[in-house]
Design a binder for this molecule. Structure first.
Ligand code: DSN
Length: 417
């Protein structure tokens, strides 16, 4: 072994990346991470994700690999699959998707012929690129009929899904969302699909942790396919997961590999196994309860300060704040909050009058702050910080004062030391 080559530290090999990593550690410690799709993994998950399992090809599935030396990889992948099935009560799990987008692509490739019709929630109403956006493979490959939310309630319009399904007879209906603060009625969508001989895919990337904890109704009994990322409320490494009925297992597995992906990222699969084990612990459900309590406290406090929330509130881990109702664009709000060490993303709201890169809203989530240990009192304080910044988005002295308050709050909840 070339000992020098193997044993140098990252700081010795690459001071530029080492510095970026250290600065990112400081950012994660000193900022309020409120992007609804982000979270912080445990040291155990980090260890697996940064492990020597990055060194190996393991194309294929446990017991059927195209490479030798996969004994430990079979063990790890089987653990991840078994734990995923147990967590969600699913018949089959594929833990190899590199991302949620790849998970969705595999299901669509397995089940829907190019040119066939699919239904999906419009991106600007809270959906996702892979649910049929014209710029995504899903929009380019299929005839997409989008559905949306009702204008008055800003909640999913189930009657319109039923009417569109009856009219267009889709091969598959996609449900699930990336910016929707309300409970999704998977049972109803499953029923609409069955009435129209359609398959149904539920993408639960945002709410998977809530589903595991029994705090959001599970799509598994009602939907043929369930996909999720593993790094949002589920609090695992960056990656994807597919769950399906046994009858579809072979087709889905084949569509993912060799259809969509090559060699799996086995260090990520190992980290998924660890995260799923954590999610089986009772304290994971306690964490998810606090995520919901925190989102509700944040929503109530923002409404109390005179802000309009899309749909009037939240039933999950996120709120969509209509900042343009007070004349601030999402773009300006995102930048102003960033100057105060509060990280959010601009987001279109239903029936938005602004283009997507400007947007009328911002999306705020509580999963990452809750992992740090923050509670409802902290959320009320944070609502006050956000109100101060957004009431004077161009004022640097306000941003500086709030940044000092944010850093004091973060110091009470240290993260990666
Ligand atoms: N980018 C994710 C999110 O922020 O919700 C969706 O893929």
């Amino acid at each position: 072994m070339n000992t020098d080559w193997m044993s140098r530290t990252i700081a010795e090999v690459d001071p530029d990346v080492a510095t970026a990593l250290e600065n990112e550690r400081l950012r994660q410690n000193n900022n309020l991470e409120m992007i609804a799709s982000e979270n912080f993994v445990s040291q155990a998950v980090l260890t697996a994700a940064g492990s020597i399992m990055t060194n190996k090809y393991a194309e294929g599935y446990p017991g059927r690999r195209y490479y030798g030396g996969c004994e430990q990889y079979d063990i790890v992948e089987n653990l991840a699959r078994d734990r995923a099935r147990e967590l969600f009560g699913a018949e089959h799990a594929n833990v190899q998707p590199h991302s949620g987008a790849q998970a969705n692509m595999a299901v669509l490739m397995a089940m829907v012929k190019p040119g066939s019709t699919i239904l999906g929630l419009d991106l600007s109403h809270g959906g996702h690129l892979t649910h049929g956006h014209p710029l995504n493979y899903s929009g380019k490959s299929f005839n997409v009929v989008p559905y949306g939310v009702k204008k008055d309630t800003e909640r999913i319009d189930y009657e319109s899904i039923a009417a569109l399904a009856a009219e267009h007879k889709p091969r598959l209906i996609i449900c699930g969302a990336s910016a929707y603060p309300r409970t999704i009625d998977f049972e109803r969508i499953g029923q609409i699909a069955r009435e129209n001989d359609a398959l149904v895919l539920a993408d639960i990337a945002h709410i998977a942790g809530l589903v595991v904890a029994g705090l959001h109704p599970s799509p598994v009994p009602h939907c043929d396919f369930v996909t999720t990322t593993t790094h949002k409320t589920l609090r695992g490494p960056r990656g994807g997961l597919i769950l399906c009925r046994e009858a579809f297992a072979k087709d889905v597995d084949r569509a993912l590999f060799p259809g969509v992906q090559g060699g799996p990222l086995m260090h990520a699969v190992a980290a998924k196994a660890v995260a799923f084990r954590e999610a089986l612990e009772p304290r994971f459900a306690e964490y998810q309860k606090q995520v919901l309590l925190n989102a509700a406290a944040l929503a109530d406090a923002l409404v109390g300060l005179g802000w309009r929330l899309v749909s009037g509130g939240t039933e999950n881990h996120l709120v969509l704040l209509d900042v343009f109702s007070k004349g601030v664009t999402g773009k300006v709000a995102e930048k102003a909050l960033e100057r105060a060490s509060i990280t959010v993303n601009k987001n279109t709201i239903p029936f938005d009058t602004q283009p997507p890169l400007v947007a009328s809203g911002i999306r705020l989530g509580t999963p990452a702050l809750t992992t740090r240990g923050m509670d409802e009192d902290d959320m009320r304080a944070i609502a006050g910080f956000i109100d101060r910044v957004l009431s004077a988005p161009g004022d640097d002295s306000v941003a500086a004062a709030v940044r000092a308050d944010v850093e004091a709050l973060c110091a009470r909840y240290p993260l990666y030391l």
